[in-house]
Design a protein around this ligand. Structure first.
Ligand SMILES: [Fe+2]
Ligand SMILES: [Fe+2]
Length: 473
């Protein structure tokens, strides 16, 4: 009950669209919802879409209160995508998990294309994570004898996860540059992209249509609007929605693997890609470069400098912390930069990761408590370290009214706690010098926020860049 109420409320917030401008709740940043109203995914869409000659997109939209990977909220759903390439032989690329009837949806879409699952010649698995393979177990009841095409590491996982071995199907290990000719001009080529985001991952490229199937790479949260799985069918605000959900997906799932993503991008840059068909989200056929460039930026953002945006994480109660939080918002506004304000633990870490990934600057607003760094803030900082979001500039302020006798001791303890987490994950976060002042007034927070913006601009962040990112066609 509580759980449902939480989701109900969080969805209400999404619909009512409250960024930090909303007067009723100026101190809690909530992520942007798409400007146009999107119908919630119904799970009843069972249609296959033609991408190119003999290449088809299949997708199951997940509309669930389940957390993705058991951790990340998906209030706008997520799609699990599979693809079909048909030559003389038929290849099925990536599978689904048994979740919200996804296998039923996939089977219906295959039937619509006149494809009998038992007659699929090749099952290509780019990545072994359960959202793309979970249905392998039940699939064993339906079919056998196909060739299972994957990297050697993935084949080992298929064996240990699902017991798939030679008694059941032909194991067909592939490495970068290997090709499979399906006949009728359809040729699949494979490119290993390890650690995007497991060690066994690869991407599949169909040569005649120049379609790349990269699975998790270039993916996003967000269910696909019915009848509109392609970028050219979406309005600019809908595209911006998928980009924002791609930022959050990256910040949650992929960011710790930004190094491997950069290597994958180098490989992918050598391919002539006309269509990009990821494992989650829409198919990019009008402008695949748009999502590739976004991912290029995201991979770079993990270690900064990034956008001149600021994320303020604060904890405590509004009466005591409110004026200081407002001073930070006013300071950022005075310098014309965006500030994402998250109260913890109210905001799920999913959104905090996303905001800090795109921000060069971070502010920690700390309430007076027995614990120098209250656990919600410590937890958020720790998660940012685990995700290796490094190289930020920051300052902290401590709500210190009435703490005159022990303010100095408390702020030293607080600083030591913050440093301990920064050191633990080698975060290379750089504190503004004047962060040692024990009693922080509104004027201090206001001026310090402005100083932080100046530091970011001096550090190479470019003002106005973010509008370009979200708005450019
Ligand atoms: Fe994955
Ligand atoms: Fe995935």
């Amino acid at each position: 009950e509580m759980y449902n109420a939480f989701y109900y409320l969080s969805n209400m917030f999404y619909i009512s669209r409250t960024a930090f401008d909303t007067p009723s709740s100026p101190l809690v940043y909530l992520p942007r919802a798409p400007a146009s109203s999107r119908s919630r995914p119904t799970g009843e869409s069972m249609k296959a879409y033609r991408i190119a000659d003999s290449v088809y997109a299949l997708h199951a939209d997940i509309d669930s209160h389940d957390l993705f990977e058991g951790i990340w909220p998906i209030p706008h759903g997520v799609s699990l995508n599979s693809y079909i390439v048909k030559g003389e032989k038929t290849a099925l690329i990536d599978l689904v998990r048994d979740w919200c009837e996804a296998p039923k949806v996939l089977a219906a879409e295959l039937a619509e294309l006149g494809i009998d699952l038992a007659k699929v010649d090749y099952l290509i698995l780019n990545h072994m994570e359960p959202d793309h393979t979970g249905w392998l177990g039940p699939l064993k009841q339906v079919t056998r004898g196909f060739e299972l095409v994957a990297t050697p590491k993935a084949l080992r996982l298929a064996k240990s996860f699902f017991g798939l071995d030679e008694s059941f199907c032909t194991l067909h290990p592939v490495k970068s540059g290997d090709r499979i000719d399906l006949g009728k001009g359809k040729v699949l080529r494979f490119e290993e992209i390890p650690h995007v985001h497991w060690p066994e991952t690869m991407a599949t490229y169909e040569e005649s249509s120049r379609t790349l199937f990269p699975c998790d790479a270039f993916g996003s949260f967000g269910a696909i609007r019915e009848e509109a799985p392609f970028d050219d069918q979406l309005s600019e605000s809908e595209l911006a929605f998928f980009e924002e959900e791609a930022v959050r997906y990256f910040a949650n799932i992929v960011v710790a693997f930004s190094g491997p993503v950069k290597k994958a991008l180098e490989k992918i840059d050598t391919l002539d890609i006309r269509i990009l068909a990821p494992g989650h989200g829409i198919v990019w056929r009008k402008n695949p470069g748009r999502i590739v460039e976004l991912y290029r930026r995201l991979a770079a953002w993990s270690s900064a400098p990034t956008e001149p945006e600021i994320t303020l994480l604060w904890s405590g109660t509004e009466p005591s912390m409110g004026p200081l939080v407002k001073a930070a918002i006013d300071g950022a506004r005075a310098e014309g930069v965006q500030i994402h304000v998250h109260k913890v633990p109210e905001t799920h870490i999913s959104y905090i990761l996303s905001s800090v990934l795109r921000s060069s600057g971070v502010i920690l607003g700390v309430p007076y408590a027995r614990d120098p760094l209250p656990s919600p803030l410590a937890h958020a900082l720790d998660d940012l370290g685990r995700k290796r979001i490094t190289g930020r500039k920051f300052f902290w302020f401590l709500q210190g009214k009435g703490l005159e006798p022990e303010g100095e001791r408390l702020s030293e303890a607080l600083e030591a706690e913050i440093d301990r987490i920064l050191e633990k994950y080698q975060m290379r976060w750089e504190a503004l010098e004047s962060a040692h002042i024990p009693r922080h007034t509104e004027e201090f927070v206001y001026q310090q926020t402005r100083a932080l913006v100046m530091e970011l601009l001096a550090g190479g962040a470019i003002k106005g860049h973010v509008q370009e990112l979200v708005g450019a066609p």
